[in-house]
Design a protein around this ligand. Structure first.
Ligand code: BGC
Length: 743
């Protein structure tokens, strides 16, 4: 028996069934019984590491063992109400259940009021710190499906599997548009567009929260607000942006996520215009809670209250930082190790620097969240309640999501799909590894151990072999930065019909993904260049979290398939598209830059038109069939602010096979009080069309859809002239009068 199994057995023996006897818990009654210290404990969030054996901060690794003294100090002495983990380890579902059960038991036996513990995890593309869960594509890939219903299905799976592992709360989705592709967290976003992000955020939140109590989890919108446009491109650097633009671009996904039922929000740990969000009463209490009406729990990010003093220098010490943050409206503090937070906050309240009413507001929100998650009744249901965990059924949804995300950027002379009889050379460092399919936040924080955790995982190479047979595949390993292996790959191209070249990025997360140059690594470019000279069709498959610059090789490649970070089913999905089992339908959720200094978004200003230069535009993606658009109609062509307007268009599959098309409606505001973007996405629908089929697609617009945030920071639809565009067709219309609207 391995040590791990022995430890599991010990845990099982120690863990009796947990019950919390609150029945129909009344939050107000509970609150009235709590001491100040108990209340502050409910506002405190500590890592699993802080109660485990091993050296802080970056333990435990497997096998996990609790440290009884630390556990008692955190849960009994300090009454800490929330624990979360950071990713230096992945456990099986059963192991997670034992860990969370033990924590609940400690809470039940070691605290006066027995308020159940809340456990949270970063489940960014599935329960991705579990060894046996279903991994879906990362958000950037899910966005490329342009299929909110599929995204909802994917997040329902995550919710189910998190609950099965005993975990009721996930720190996902990242709601904000990724506006700077250099940022190491770009792949955690749904791309650059506010409307697409809003739709996908709402779909994800619905998927997390819509099932019955024991199959749903608490959803977290993050990182409020302005995190994803760092001024230096580096993680944790601040943003500089006029408030009206910040509101215009970043608020819509939060508003949509809150409406869809998100119960928690994690804040941006950086500053915006020099004002750290964690200390900003204006943004937290004012905009998030009062204006957007957010009733849930506002959570600080990792160590980010302390950041106010040692990172941002807006507080003179940790105590003053806590005063600023709690008064700004933060309800739950991700400490993450240090319990002096509790002592400081207690003394701040006793001195009247933080009002008891503020503490009560925070605790009320936390308790209501716990109640809503069913924790007071039965925090964990039996394992047998979850037969679909890690099932083929779930894997099929993930495979479909991965396949629908794949974006065919280029396909000269119909290079793709390849015939199943073709002999192919498979090479490139991403060909035979699970790491580049999954990226960061996979098994571990940085995601570099995916092959060790998932030795049976199906790589791109495995999937191609499975589809066309071993004897049709030549594989030459080309590790990253091993230019000496390039010759072998180039020589092997002689005897094949086509080359499948798997390029991209090694996994990273947060600051470890900071880069000086967005250009694809030089040895990969060299490999592509040399293969491109062999006279054989070269198909590039890109597994990457952000759009690496490939302009120097792009023209020499025959086909380019962008796979983003498609997850554990990505190998299958890529092979499905390469050999024509699936007709690609993914569309770019961002503008693919042509050069490292050409970082545009599609919704740039008119004044930038002359320098606008991109490799592939936002919304781009080819299919193996063709679509044509006709009869764009806007009716009526004068919109009165209280009325609605209909935009319709006919789309036809004119090619030789069935396919899915994403119909994208853009609106241009021809003139406005603030220089308008050239266009803005205002609606989209993904439609499946068989060969020769025509469908009419209809969008309904109101004045709100034409609104933008003006210089006074009001969301306003201004009277004037507009153009609706779909698939290259344009129709003018007029908004007859201005109107202020609300989120
Ligand atoms: C990240 C958050 C994450 C948290 C907990 C922070 O460093 O910014 O996105 O949820 O860690 O792991």
């Amino acid at each position: 028996m391995t040590l791990r199994i022995v430890l599991c057995a010990i845990l099982v023996i120690c863990c009796g069934p947990i019950e919390f006897s609150h029945g129909q818990t009344d939050v107000e009654t509970l609150l009235s019984q709590m001491t100040l210290k108990e209340k502050i404990g409910q506002m405190t969030m500590i890592t699993l590491n802080a109660v485990s054996k091993g050296d802080l901060p970056f333990t435990p690794k497997e096998p996990h063992e609790f440290d009884p003294e630390r556990l008692k100090r955190v849960i009994t002495d300090y009454q800490v109400g929330t624990i979360f983990n950071i990713g230096h380890h992945a456990f099986s579902k059963s192991y997670w259940r034992q860990i969370v059960t033990e924590l609940q038991n400690q809470t039940r036996t070691g605290t006066r009021l027995k308020i159940p513990l809340l456990y949270g995890v970063d489940a960014l593309h599935g329960m991705s710190f579990s060894t046996d869960a279903t991994f879906t594509p990362h958000q950037i890939g899910l966005a490329a499906t342009w299929n909110p219903d599929l995204v909802r299905q994917a997040s329902r799976i995550t919710a189910y599997e998190a609950r099965a592992a005993g975990i009721p709360w996930v720190f996902s989705p990242a709601a904000e548009p990724g506006r700077n592709p250099i940022h190491s967290r770009f792949y955690e976003s749904f791309g650059e567009d506010p409307l697409l992000c809003a739709a996908m955020t709402a779909a994800t939140v619905s998927g997390y929260t819509e099932a019955d109590t024991y199959e749903r989890v608490g959803a977290t919108l993050k990182h409020f607000i302005g995190y994803t446009i760092p001024r230096t491109g580096r993680d944790r650097s601040g943003a500089d942006m006029a408030e009206h633009m910040l509101r215009d671009i970043f608020l819509p996904p939060y508003a949509a996520g809150i409406k869809a039922g998100a119960q928690s929000v994690i804040l941006n740990l950086a500053d915006v215009n020099g004002l750290p969000i964690h200390g900003s009463r204006y943004w937290v209490q004012g905009v998030l809670k009062d204006e957007l009406g957010f009733k849930g729990v506002v959570v600080s990010d990792w160590n980010s209250v302390d950041y106010l003093y040692f990172h941002h220098h807006v507080a003179k010490d940790s105590r003053q930082a806590i005063e600023q943050a709690v008064n700004a409206g933060i309800d739950l503090v991700m400490v993450p190790f240090d319990l002096t937070f509790v002592d400081h906050l207690e003394s701040l309240v006793n001195e009247g620097r933080v009002a008891v009413t503020r503490i009560d507001d925070a605790v009320r929100r936390v308790l209501t969240f716990k109640k809503d998650l069913g924790l007071f009744e039965e925090p964990i249901l039996p394992e047998t309640r979850y037969p679909l965990y890690g099932s083929e059924t779930f894997a099929a949804v993930s495979r479909r999501a991965a396949a629908e995300s794949l974006t065919l950027l280029k396909n000269t002379n119909k290079t793709l799909p390849l015939a199943k009889t073709a002999k192919v050379l498979v090479t490139g460092f991403g060909a035979d590894t699970m790491t580049t399919l999954n990226g960061g936040w996979s098994y571990t924080w940085q995601g570099r151990e995916a092959d060790a955790y998932n030795p049976e995982g199906v790589t791109i190479l495995d999937a191609i072999r499975a589809q066309v047979g071993e004897d049709h595949v030549v594989f030459v390993e080309t590790a990253l930065d091993r230019s000496d292996q390039i010759d072998s790959a180039v020589n092997a191209a002689t005897g094949v019909d086509a080359v499948i070249l798997c390029l991209g990025e090694i996994p990273y997360a947060e600051v470890f993904g900071n880069i000086d140059d967005l250009t694809l690594n030089p040895s990969q470019l060299e490999l592509a260049r040399r293969l491109g000279e062999r006279g054989k069709p070269v198909i590039v498959v890109l597994t990457q979290g952000r759009p690496t610059i490939i302009s120097t090789i792009e023209k020499k490649m025959d086909a380019i398939l962008l796979a983003y970070l498609p997850g554990n089913e990505g190998g299958h999905a890529i092979a499905d598209v390469l050999f024509g089992r699936v007709n690609p339908s993914g569309k770019l959720p961002y503008t693919y830059p042509a050069g490292p200094n050409a970082l545009f978004t599609y919704d740039h200003k008119h004044s930038e038109i002359y320098s606008f230069h991109v490799l592939y535009p936002f919304g781009w993606g080819l299919s193996y069939t063709e679509f044509s658009y006709q009869n764009l109609r806007v009716s009526p062509n004068r919109l009165y602010p209280a009325d609605t307007l209909t935009v319709s268009v006919e789309v036809t599959n004119t090619g030789d096979r069935p396919g899915q098309e994403v119909v994208q409606l853009f609106i241009s505001d021809l003139y406005a009080s603030i220089s308008p973007p050239v266009k803005r996405l205002k609606g989209f629908q993904k439609v499946a069309l068989s060969q020769g089929e025509t469908q009419t697609v209809t969008f309904t617009l109101t004045a709100k859809d034409l609104a933008f945030v003006n210089a006074e920071n009001h969301l306003t639809a201004e009277a004037g002239e507009f153009t609706a565009s779909i698939g290259g067709l344009n129709e003018p219309f007029i908004l007859t009068a201005s109107r202020e609207v609300t989120w």
